[in-house]
Each structure stands twice: as C-alpha cells, then as structure tokens.
Design a protein around this ligand. Structure first.
Ligand code: VG1
Ligand code: CO
Length: 543
C-alpha cells in the first residue's frame, strides 16, 4: 500500500455556490474531478496533516464511491482520523453536531441537498469548519483559488475499508471510526426538547406524517419519532434513503412533497405533517389542510420557543435571510430582541450564532435552526413544533390564526423561473441594478415604489462586507419584491422573485396568497420585464 501523488491540472468552474460545489453527477464522476476539489479543500485550509474530519452524505448516487475516494485521499494527506457515518450516511445537521461535539477540524458533506439525485441528477460537496458551520466566503474563496493552481493530488491505493458497520480500523496511518449516524443527533435533541411532553402528545392519539422523501432523514425520523417518542408505526413515509430519491426532487415544498400535501388535504388528515430535504436541513410544516409557509413558521417558532426547555430562558436574538418575510421581525420587536438580516445561505448566520447574538435563524426556503448547531436543521424544527403543540394545546392552524390576529399576516410567496439562459438572467438583474436610483416614485400596477437597492451585508461580528445579494424594491404601504439568482442550480440560471405584502392584525387574513399578492406580482413582473426577458409567462415553481 502506497500513497500516490497524482499529477493533475486545474478544472474550470470549481467554485462553491450558496452551499458547496454542486454539479451534475456525471461531471463529478469525471476522472480527477472530485479528487481535485477535495485536494483543494485540504490545501485551501492549511493541509489535512494531523487533522480530524467528519465525513458523510445523504446517500445519493455516487455517495458511497465518493466516500471511499475521500477516505483514501485523507489518509494520503496525513489526516489523523475520520469519523464516518455508517454506510456513508450522515445528515447535514448531524455532521454539524459531530464536528462540535467531537471538536474536529471540520467535516465534508456529500450532498446536493434539495437538487434531484441519481446518475443523471446532481451531486455536491460541502466543507464545514470547526464551528460546525458551512465554510464562510473567505474559506470557500481560498478553496476556489486553489482549484485554479492545483498541480497534484494525493491518494492512497489502499482499500477504503468497510463502513457498513460501526467500528474502527486504519487506512495507512489514519484511523477511521465508523459511527451510528443517529445516536449523537438524537442525544442532542433529547437535551433541547421535552421528550416526555411530546411522547404524551402521541400517547393521547395525536397523529402525524413525516415525509422523508427517500432522503437522509428517514432513519433519523423513524428512530426519534416512531421508536423513541411513540408515534405510531408508519408515521414516517418514504423512509428508506434511495440513490435517486425515488425519482423525485427531495425538496420539501408543496410541489415536490405532493404526496404529503395530498394526505394533509385528504378526508382523514392527521393533526400535523412535515417533510425534510435531501440532506435533512430543511423542513416543511403542515397543519390539517394548511401549508404553513417557512416564513410564518419561523415567526411562530420564535414566538413560542420558550415552551421548549432549551429556549425557556428566552432568545438572545433572531436572524433571517433578506428575502425571508418580515413576519419574524414583528415578533422580535414585540419580544424586545434584535433581528438581523443576512444574505441568503446559512454560512452568513455562523458569526451571529458564534457571537451569541442570535439564537434562532431562518430562511424562506424552509430552513430553520438555532444555536444548538451551525446548520439549519429539519428534524429540529419538527421537534420544536411538536414540543410547542404538546405544551400549548391549540392545534397548528389555530395557533397560526391567533398569531395573525395578534401580529398581522405577511402574505408571502416565491416565484422561481428555472433553467433560463444565463445571459438573459444576468441581463435582467444588471438592468434592474442600473435603474435602481430612478425607480423611486414610479407607479406600477397601482403601487408606488418607495425605494430600491442592491442588498449589501456588513457583518456586525467580523466586519466583512458582502455585496450584490439581491435587488430589493419597496412599495409604499410596506409591500416588497426581491430579485436574485440562485446559487445552487446546475443548469442555466434560476431567477427567484420573492413577494411580500403585510396585512395588519385587524385585516383580512383569509385570502388566497397569490390573489392577495396580485398587485405586487404584477408590479414585479412589469418592473423587471420578466416575460420579455425570460420568454416565460408564468413561473415554474410557486412556493
Ligand atoms: C437555496 C435557498 C437558500 C438555501 C440554499 C441551500 O439557495 O434559496 O435559502 O440556503 O438553497 O439550501 P439559492 O442560491 O438556490 O437560492 V440546501 O438545503 O439546498 O443546502
Ligand atoms: Co438541504
């Protein structure tokens, strides 16, 4: 067995996006592609010598092979130890927890998250740092810079070993520790929540459905919800991770989680419905016949978090990504705690969480989490909801109605235009940017623009500045539209248009969301010239 140094040359396009490097699986399977990027992770972070990493993925096609390659590369690069999920499985939040608990130097997560998987789907690699969070831009920039100059990578020709059962073995001088992917995560959840109260809820006949979408949360949800908390068998559907996620997109929204939606809208709907995504960091929440938007869920969880033991002492602050609705801001104001607005992507919450400035964070894209780890956490959100429902007594639909009466309702929707030509998408944004100063005062679709800007984030902890994070258009009366391009897609460009309008506590909270937002939708379309520039007369996905 020898460690080999293989000559290679830079590969174009290895630039991490909103969350890691995502490409078509076929691209990742090209000889040297994964190897180059993994070597650049090591090189861009001061080398792997003597270090310990957590390694796992969401089980998608190529997961197992990639784990083998990374084990052999870490060994050849002199890493001291790898903590690997059994069968290569670890959810993103579980990795974040393990990095923190075992105080490792970081972790590598193999996932393209909500993107479809399989031979013709997507694959991805994310690097998390020692705080458990996604590498901040400073580090992803260093990794990317290295991909432009790399000349060789190191790999052992030893076998990567058997990861199908917990245990320890060596590859070259490196120790590989294979662990049960669920145990440490479950222990953490037990510390945070009132498991007894939740078990009591299920004991009283409360019914729920959790759709794991054939992705990584199946084993976690089965163990915690069914085995530990006593939810009835069959509560978790699509519970077995599959390399192609059963052919679907593991994206928990009303479009892709249509099986769950049908159950929750059916005649014998259970009390509560939830779903998670490919790598287990997103959550979708439903009541009987009702989809709870992620922005509303964030606001409600913030308002009631004190019912869970971990948050009984109150929250230091909250943070939301800029396009997320302002519903949580209103709750924060009432609670007298700060509310931070960050660019899209969990990596921007890391500093606020590390500094103790925020306790709960959330994104409109179904990501919610807290200071317990440094990633968004799908099952955590579900368990916090269950804890609240167990302690409050009202059902979720009632809780939400009361919340709107108390705080008002932020009607909210996101429209996605997928796989549009990159040139057209870039031109749309560039043109909007060029007109920002002249938009104020113009009247469109019965609304008057009160201001427009290009969101820039000044990190209050380390002073770093991140520019061009989305075009914001604000209308008189408080409505707003936000435009940005996705940083997770792998084909063409995806234009995301975020739409919001506030209806005060005494207002009409029973409208259809798209109807309530109609003037904002029309104004956004007209101002950006969406139809003319994209050639589309409707979005592909409405959430
Ligand atoms: C999307 C979401 C963003 C989320 C990111 C990663 O990014 O909008 O809120 O943090 O996905 O989520 P973008 O750049 O495509 O809008 V995950 O669960 O796919 O890692
Ligand atoms: Co995800």
């Amino acid at each position: 067995m020898t460690c080999q140094t293989v000559r290679t040359s830079p590969i174009e396009g290895q630039k991490p996006g909103t969350s890691g490097l995502r490409k078509r699986t076929a691209v990742f399977r090209q000889p040297g592609y994964l190897e180059n990027f993994v070597q650049c992770i090591f090189d861009g972070t001061g080398g792997a010598r003597g270090k310990t990493y957590v390694l796992g993925g969401d089980g998608r096609f190529f997961n197992r092979e990639a784990i083998g390659t990374i084990i052999r590369m870490a060994a050849a690069n002199g890493a001291a130890r790898l903590i690997v999920g059994q069968n290569g499985i670890l959810s993103t939040p579980a990795v974040s927890n393990l990095i923190r608990k075992r105080q490792t130097d970081g972790g590598i997560i193999l996932s393209a998250s909500h993107n479809p998987g399989g031979e013709n789907g997507d694959f991805g690699v994310k690097f998390n740092t020692a705080n458990g969070g996604p590498a901040p831009e400073k580090i992803t920039d260093a990794i990317h810079a290295r991909t432009r100059t790399i000349g060789e990578y190191r790999i052992s020709d030893a076998a990567p070993g058997d990861i199908s059962a917990p245990g320890r073995y060596r590859v070259e001088g490196m120790e590989v520790e294979v662990i049960d992917p669920v145990a440490d995560y479950e222990a953490l959840m037990r510390e945070l929540f009132d498991f007894e109260a939740i078990a009591g809820l299920f004991g009283r006949g409360f019914r729920m459905v959790f759709d794991a979408m054939h992705a990584v949360t199946g084993p976690y949800a089965r163990r915690i919800l069914e085995q530990t908390l006593g939810a009835r068998p069959g509560t978790v559907i699509n519970a077995v991770p599959r390399p192609d996620f059963g052919g679907g997109h593991p994206d928990p929204n009303p479009v892709w989680a249509s099986e769950l939606v049908a159950i929750m809208e059916g005649p014998d709907a259970p009390d509560f419905g939830a779903a998670s995504d490919g790598d287990g960091d997103r959550n979708m929440i439903m009541g009987r016949g009702a989809f709870v938007s992620p922005s509303d869920s964030l606001a409600l969880l913030t308002a009631h978090a004190h019912l869970a033991p971990a948050y009984a002492g109150g929250l230091a602050g909250v943070a939301r990504s800029m396009p997320t609705s302002e519903a949580v801001d209103i709750v924060a104001r009432r609670l007298g705690i700060p509310c931070f607005e960050t660019p899209t992507g969990w990596k921007f919450f890391g500093n606020l969480l590390d500094a103790g400035k925020a306790t709960i964070c959330g994104e409109e894209s179904a990501g919610t989490g807290s200071s317990h780890i440094r990633e968004k956490d799908g099952l955590w959100a579900v368990l916090l909801w269950l804890n609240i429902l167990a302690r409050d007594g009202r059902d979720i639909v009632q809780l939400r109605r009361d919340h709107w009466r108390n705080f008002g309702r932020n009607y909210y929707s996101r429209h996605d235009y997928e796989e549009i030509p990159s040139d057209a998408a870039n031109a749309l944004i560039a043109d909007l940017r060029a007109r920002l100063d002249s938009l104020a005062g113009s009247r469109v679709a019965g609304l008057t623009v009160s201001g427009a800007d290009d969101f820039r984030y000044d990190d209050p902890v380390d002073g770093s500045v991140t520019e061009h994070q989305g075009i914001r258009i604000r209308f008189e009366g408080g409505a707003r539209a936000v435009f940005r391009l996705s940083g997770t897609g792998t084909q063409g460009a995806t234009l995301r248009v975020y739409l919001e309008r506030f209806e005060g506590p005494g207002g009409d909270h029973g409208q259809q969301v798209q109807a309530a937002l109609a003037p904002v939708i029309e104004a956004a379309g007209t101002i950006a010239g969406i139809a003319a520039r994209t050639g589309r007369d409707a979005p592909d996905i409405i959430t």
